[in-house]
Design a protein around this ligand. Structure first.
Ligand SMILES: [Zn+2]
Ligand SMILES: [Zn+2]
Length: 349
C-alpha cells in the first residue's frame, strides 16, 4: 500500500510499504480521511519535534514513520481478543494512546503528560496510508457521522478540553485571539456550552468561518478596537476567559489586559515569550494562568459535539487532496497559503 512517511526535516515521501498486520488487542482500519495538522507541518519544516530522532523508547519505532493522526475509517479486521467492535464499524481514533497506569494516567491527567505515551502518527505508524493498525481502546464509533467531519475530532477535542480546563460557563464571555484551527475548535466548544464569544483574527477567510460558527463578535485587529469591544460587552470588567491561540507576545499581553479579575488566561499558541505580568498583579487580581497541551478523556464527548454540529463543522475543511499530492498540495500549500486554510483532508486510497 502507499503511505506518506516522515524521513526527516523537509523529507516526507510517498512510499510502498507492506500492509500492517493486526495483532491481539488491536484493530485494522481502512482510512477514509486523514487531516493534516499544524503539528505535521511543524514536523515537516522543523522536525524532529515530536518525531523520535532514533528508536522511540515506548513503541520501538524509528523514522521513517507513517505520519497522520487525525483520521477516520472503517474497521476491516479484529485482533484475536477484541470483542467490543465489529468489522464494518465506522470509527475515529484517539491518537493519544496513554498507558493508563502511570501517575498522570491514574489521576485522569494522562493526555500529553503520560509517561509511556504513544502518539499514533508520531511515535508509531499513522493514518496517511490505506490501512493502519491501532489499539482497540483508542477507537470510538461515530454512528452515522460522515467520515470527513469525523476526521475533525482530533482537532475539535482540543477545544472541548481547553474550555473545560478554563471552566468556562454558559453565562460567561470568552475572548479568543486567533481563529486558526485551534481557535475555531475553541469557538465551537465555547458556543456548545452556551458562552458568549468574541474572537479576533487577521485573515478574512478565517473570520468568515468564525461567523459561520456563530461567534457573537468577530473582530479584525487591524480595524477594530478589541479592548473597547470586550469592555463594552462585559460592563467594563473584561472577559471571563481569554484564550491566546496565536503564540505572540503582544496578543498574550492583550489577553492579560482584557481578562477580568478572577478570570483565566489560557496559553495555547507556542511562544518563547515571557508572561507580561508581575507576580503581584496576579496575586492582587486573582487571575489564573493555564497552560494546556493535548486533552484528557473528552474524545467521546467530542464525537457527540460533531454529530450535533456536523453541517457547520464541515466549514473547517478548506481542501481535499489525494495522498500522492500530500507534499505539494498539502504541506507546501499550508506553508505558502496558511491564511487561506483551516484543515486540508487527505484521501489515502
Ligand atoms: Zn493534530
Ligand atoms: Zn500513563
Amino acid at each position: 500500500m502507499r503511505a506518506a512517511r516522515w524521513y526527516g526535516r523537509g523529507d516526507v515521501r510517498i512510499c510502498d510499504v507492506p500492509e500492517p498486520q493486526v495483532i491481539p488487542g488491536h484493530v485494522k482500519i481502512e482510512v477514509k480521511w486523514c487531516g493534516i495538522c499544524g503539528s505535521d507541518v511543524a514536523e515537516y519544516l522543523k522536525g524532529p519535534m515530536f518525531m523520535p530522532a532514533g528508536v522511540h523508547p515506548v513503541t520501538g519505532c524509528a523514522p521513517p514513520i507513517t505520519v497522520g493522526h487525525e483520521f477516520s475509517g472503517v474497521i476491516v479486521e479484529l485482533g484475536d481478543d477484541v470483542s467490543n467492535f465489529a468489522v464494518g464499524d465506522r470509527v475515529v481514533v484517539d491518537p493519544y494512546a496513554i498507558c493508563g497506569e502511570c501517575f498522570w494516567c491514574r489521576r485522569k491527567e494522562g493526555g500529553s503528560l503520560c509517561e509511556r505515551l504513544n502518539i499514533i502518527g508520531f511515535f508509531s505508524d499513522g493514518g496517511f496510508a490505506k490501512y493502519v493498525v491501532v489499539p482497540a481502546k483508542q477507537v470510538y464509533r461515530i454512528g452515522d457521522l460522515s467520515f470527513d467531519v469525523a476526521a475533525l475530532t482530533q482537532l475539535t477535542v482540543l477545544g472541548v478540553h481547553i474550555t473545560r480546563s478554563a471552566m468556562l460557563k454558559a453565562d460567561e464571555t470568552a475572548l479568543i485571539i486567533g481563529a486558526g484551527p485551534i481557535g475555531l475548535a475553541n469557538l465551537q466548544a465555547a458556543k456548545n456550552i452556551g458562552a458568549k464569544v468574541i474572537i479576533a483574527e487577521l485573515s478574512e477567510a478565517r473570520r468568515r468561518v468564525a461567523r459561520e460558527f456563530k461567534a457573537d463578535m468577530v473582530l479584525d485587529p487591524r480595524k477594530d478596537d478589541i479592548a473597547e469591544a470586550v469592555l463594552n460587552e462585559t460592563e467594563g470588567r473584561g472577559a471571563d476567559v481569554a484564550l491566546e491561540c496565536v503564540g505572540n507576545e503582544s496578543t498574550m499581553r492583550t489577553c492579560f489586559e482584557l481578562t477580568r479579575k478572577g478570570g483565566s488566561i489560557v496559553a495555547i499558541g507556542f511562544s518563547e515569550a515571557l508572561f507580561p505580568t508581575k507576580v503581584n498583579d496576579l496575586i492582587k487580581t486573582k487571575r489564573k494562568v493555564i497552560g494546556t497541551l493535548g486533552y484528557g478523556d473528552e474524545f467521546g464527548a467530542t464525537v457527540e459535539l460533531l454529530q450535533k454540529t456536523e453541517h457547520t463543522a464541515r466549514e473547517m475543511i478548506t481542501a481535499r487532496i489525494q495522498l500522492e499530492d500530500i507534499v505539494d498540495k498539502g504541506y507546501e500549500e499550508l506553508v505558502e497559503h496558511k491564511d487561506k486554510h483551516i484543515k486540508i483532508l487527505v484521501k489515502p486510497e
